[in-house]
Design a protein around this ligand. Structure first.
Ligand code: NAD
Length: 334
C-alpha cells in the first residue's frame, strides 16, 4: 500500500513511516518542518509544505494516484503554548485539517486515519476509560483534537470521507533502529525529564502532585512504546474498510494504549531498574492544569484492529535511554 503521512517528519510520524516500510508499504511524507527535523525524513518520498495547501495536496495525489489512505498527524502539539496562542492552534490544527479533508475527499482519497489524544477524557474514579466515556478536554490543544474528531464524524456522515480516529495514550521510547525519537531540546514529559535527571542534565526529577487519589498519590498514565503505536497504524490502514464495516459506522474512535495504568512512582522504579541506579527526586504540588490521568480500555483495539501492544514499559525505557545517547549524531544536539 502507499500511505500519505502528514507530520511524517515528527516523532510519531517518522516512526510510523518506518513501521509502514517494514510491513512492505510505501509512506509519502507531507510535512512543513514547522517542528519536525529534516533528518527524520531520511530518504523517504517527501513533500515539504502545508497540509492546507490545496495545490500541493493535489500535486501529491497527481504524482501518487495509488495512495490508499492518509494518516493525518501534522499538528501543533505543545499544551502550554496552546494556552498562550489559541489562534495558531485552532487555525493550524482545526481549520487546516478541514481544508486537507475536503481536498482529499475531492481528489477521491477518502480514507483518513487521525491522531487524537487520550487527554480528551474526563477524569474517572477508576481511571480506565472507554471510547464512549465522557470527555472534558482541558486545554486549547485538546479541544482542537476533539473538534477535528467532530469534523471527521460529520464529514463521514455527509460525504465519501471515512475516518478511523486513534486516541493515543502516552507514547514513549524511540524507533528500534534509533533513527528517530524525541527531538525537543528539553522534553517536558515524565520520561524525558527522568532521562535528563539520570544523565545529569538537570539536578533532580520533580514529582509534580503526590496527593492524587491513586494507589501511591502520583498521577497515572498509560505509557505505550512508540513502535507499538506505529504498528497500530499499520494494522489500521491495512484493515481500514474492514474496521469500519465491523464498527458499522462511517467513522470510529479507537483507544491505543497498553491497557495498564502506571503511576509516576512506578515509572521511576521501572526507570531505575532499567538504568541500573537511582535517580534523585524532589516533590512538588501539581502544575496548573495537571490531571490525575487515565489508562486505556483496549477491548475495541483488540476487536477491530486485532492489535495489542507487544513491548513492555522496560523495553520503552531502554529504547529512550539508547536514543538519548544517539541524539547527538542524528540531530546535532544531545
Ligand atoms: N506525542 C504525544 O504524546 C501525542 C499524544 C497524543 C496525540 N499525539 C498526536 O500525534 C501527532 C504526532 O505527534 P508527535 O508527537 O509526533 O508531534 P511532532 O510535533 O513531532 O510532529 C508533528 C509534525 O507535524 C508537522 N506540522 C505541523 N503543522 C503542520 C502543517 N500545517 N502542515 C504540515 N506539517 C505540519 C511538524 O513539522 C511535525 O513534524 C499529533 O497530531 C499529536 O497531536 C501526540
Amino acid at each position: 500500500m502507499k500511505i500519505l503521512v502528514t507530520g511524517g517528519a515528527g516523532y510519531i510520524g517518522s516512526t510510523t513511516a518506518k513501521a509502514l516500510e517494514e510491513a512492505g508499504h510505501v509512506p509519502v511524507v507531507l510535512d512543513s518542518l514547522l517542528s519536525g527535523p529534516r533528518a527524520f525524513v531520511r530518504d523517504r518520498i517527501f513533500y515539504e509544505g502545508d497540509i492546507a495547501d490545496r495545490a500541493l495536496v493535489a500535486r501529491v495525489v497527481d504524482e501518487h494516484p495509488d495512495l490508499d489512505a492518509t494518516i493525518h498527524m501534522a499538528a501543533r502539539i505543545v499544551v502550554p503554548e496552546s494556552v498562550e496562542k489559541p489562534y495558531e492552534y485552532y487555525r493550524d490544527n482545526v481549520a487546516k485539517s478541514l481544508e486537507l479533508f475536503d481536498q482529499l475527499t475531492a481528489l477521491g482519497k477518502p480514507r483518513v486515519l487521525f491522531s487524537s489524544s487520550a487527554s480528551l477524557y474526563a477524569t474517572k474514579d477508576e481511571f480506565e476509560v472507554r471510547e464512549g466515556d465522557p470527555i472534558d478536554p482541558p486545554s486549547p490543544y485538546a479541544r482542537t483534537k476533539r473538534m477535528i474528531e467532530q469534523v471527521l464524524e460529520d464529514l463521514a456522515v455527509a460525504t465519501d470521507l471515512r475516518a478511523i480516529i486513534l486516541r493515543y495514550f502516552n507514547p514513549i521510547g524511540s524507533d528500534p533502529d534509533l533513527e528517530s525519537g524525541i527531538y525537543v531540546k528539553e522534553p517536558s514529559h515524565v520520561l524525558g525529564q527522568l532521562v535528563m535527571a539520570a544523565r545529569g542534565q538537570k539536578d533532580s526529577f520533580t514529582i509534580t502532585g503526590t496527593d492524587h487519589p491513586t494507589r501511591d498519590g502520583t498521577g497515572i498514565r498509560d505509557y505505550i512504546h512508540v513502535w507499538d503505536l506505529a504498528r497500530a497504524h499499520v494494522r489500521a490502514v491495512e484493515r481500514f474498510d474492514d474496521v469500519l464495516a465491523r464498527a458499522e459506522a462511517p467513522s470510529v474512535i479507537i483507544n491505543v494504549g497498553r491497557g495498564e495504568g502506571v503511576t509516576v512512582r512506578e515509572l521511576i522504579a521501572a526507570f531505575e531498574r532499567v538504568y541500573g541506579s537511582e535517580v534523585p527526586t524532589t516533590e512538588a504540588p501539581p502544575r496548573p492544569g495537571d490531571s490525575v490521568g487515565a489508562f486505556a480500555n483496549v477491548d475495541r483495539s483488540g476487536e477491530l484492529l486485532g492489535w495489542h501492544t507487544e513491548l513492555s514499559i522496560d523495553d520503552a525505557i531502554a529504547s529512550a535511554l539508547a536514543w538519548a545517547d544517539r541524539r547527538q549524531d542524528v540531530l546535532g544536539y544531545a
